[in-house]
Design a protein around this ligand. Structure first.
Ligand SMILES: [Zn+2]
Length: 73
């Protein structure tokens, strides 16, 4: 995994925490839980092999959860 990708994943994890999401570490991935009543959740791989992983993950977070809705809160 490239240092850049590692940094990007770290940034997403930090942003999740800033948004009030709960973040749990599992063996191969992070589990991200949204604080909203819908309880959105998303797994994030620790060492993804897909170079587009971060782009895809952010797309899924934006479309499938309230990641963006809570912006600025
Ligand atoms: Zn949510």
């Amino acid at each position: 995994m490239s240092p850049n990708l590692r940094k990007e994943l770290e940034a997403i994890r930090k942003e999740a925490e800033r948004k009030g999401w709960r973040v749990f570490r599992h063996k191969k991935y992070w589990k991200l839980y949204c604080p909203c009543p819908k309880q959105c959740k998303k797994n994030m791989a620790l060492t993804p092999s897909d170079p587009n992983y971060v782009t895809n993950l952010l797309g899924q977070l934006t479309r499938g959860t309230c990641w963006k809705e809570r912006e600025g809160q």
